[in-house]
Design a protein around this ligand. Structure first.
Ligand code: MUC
Ligand code: MG
Length: 376
């Protein structure tokens, strides 16, 4: 079977969030998704998504930069190629462009979605099959207000939507952050797991003080406390504390995973399809972790439904995923551009069953939220 790629469109979509979302490096009031529509001459369209957090404040690619890279370099390299040979298409992109993992991830998702639709199977089936049909999903409390965070957690526990909560810290002083986390943990007690994500904001000295207090307070997991380049600091913290230390920004692809494993730098890796250049890169990263006995967690770049469900297909196919996932991105957005939003119930995300990603674009919503709607 053969199908020629005929067009690749990259569309910027701005969606409002349900509330402000505060992280160490940015406060989000909306999220920008770069949506891909990849068409081929057998009439099949694949969709994909590249999304980052806070413009260029989190990662090295911005939504606008991703679109420019795709329009100028990656789409022309794909036009005329065989849409059914995903490995060959991705090898071509890797030859044309170094890095640019988010952009490549979105295109790989679109190729996988199209191939699944072509063969009439879900993306997870293309990956060898879903080892799990549902994925545990935590929620991030990041309103910036302790009382509001506790109310939000209580509501979500009562709805049986989430029973693990991640707190974004690193904006305020270590003392204030620790007090904020302790108040939430005290309110929730053993009814919920509580984890923290510092997003690289602490020095090693700050981290030693902060993690000691968080460990004593019963916090379950500490994510990326120190800058991503400082692997030695992460290794010393991982050796010093019993509470597991998770690498996020420090681990992009299998090469980082190998170095972090060699240095005993972390107990857990946060996997994300965007930072690994796609689902296959994420799975290669997971394989290194498996070989080293490092536990895994399914991370998010706060993608919308397309990116989150692409991640879910990938995570569902992993042999181990001890720490569950944080694929709550669609729930942080007020509205969506797919016809049927992902299903969350009983603390889990339920994978859609249709071919490909199992999602369809809502054309009216896309027309409404696309950034270029005036000119389009
Ligand atoms: C990150 O660093 O993990 C994940 C959840 C959230 O609120 O932000 C992201 C990014
Ligand atoms: Mg993180």
């Amino acid at each position: 079977m053969n199908a020629k790629i005929t067009s690749v469109e990259a569309i910027l979509v701005d969606l409002p969030t349900i509330r402000a979302h505060q992280l160490a490096m940015a406060t989000m009031q909306q999220q920008t998704l770069t949506i891909i529509r990849l068409r081929s001459d057998d009439g099949i369209e694949g969709i994909g998504e590249a999304t980052t957090i806070g413009g260029l404040s989190y990662g090295e690619e911005s939504p606008e930069g991703i679109k420019l890279t795709i329009d100028t370099y990656l789409a022309p390299a794909l036009i005329g190629q065989d849409a059914t040979n995903i490995n060959a298409a991705m090898a071509r992109l890797n030859k044309v462009a170094r890095g640019n993992r988010f952009a490549k991830s979105a295109l790989e998702t679109a190729l996988l979605d199209a191939q699944g639709k072509r063969l009439g199977v879900p993306v997870a089936t293309l990956l060898g099959g879903a080892a799990r049909a549902t994925l545990p999903v935590l929620w991030t409390l990041a309103s910036g207000d302790t009382k509001r965070d506790i109310e939000e957690a209580e509501m979500l526990l009562a709805e049986r939507r989430h029973n693990t909560f991640k707190l974004k810290i690193g904006r305020r002083s270590v003392r204030e952050d620790v007090a904020h986390v302790a108040a939430i943990k005290k309110a929730l007690g053993d009814r919920a797991k509580v984890t923290v994500d510092v997003n690289q904001a602490w020095s090693e000295a700050d981290a030693a003080v902060g993690i000691a207090a968080l460990e004593a307070g019963g916090i379950d997991l500490i994510e990326q406390p120190t800058p991503r380049e400082q692997r030695g600091a992460l290794a010393r913290l991982a050796a010093r504390f019993i509470v597991p230390i998770m690498a996020d920004e420090a681990v992009t692809g299998p090469e980082d995973a190998l170095e972090l494993a060699r240095g005993a730098c972390a107990d857990v890796f946060a996997l994300k399809i965007a930072k690994s250049g796609g689902i296959y890169g994420m799975m290669r990263t997971a394989a290194v972790a498996d070989a080293a006995g490092i536990a895994l967690y399914g991370g998010t770049m706060l993608e919308g439904s397309i990116g989150s469900i692409a991640s879910a297909h990938g995570f569902s196919a992993l042999p181990q995923l001890a720490w569950g996932t944080e694929l709550f991105g669609p729930l942080l957005l007020k509205d969506d551009i797919v016809t049927a939003r992902p299903q969350y119930r009983d603390f889990d995300l339920h994978l859609p069953e249709g071919p490909g990603l199992g999602l369809a674009i809502d054309e009216e919503k896309l027309a409404f939220y696309r950034r270029d709607k005036q000119t389009h």
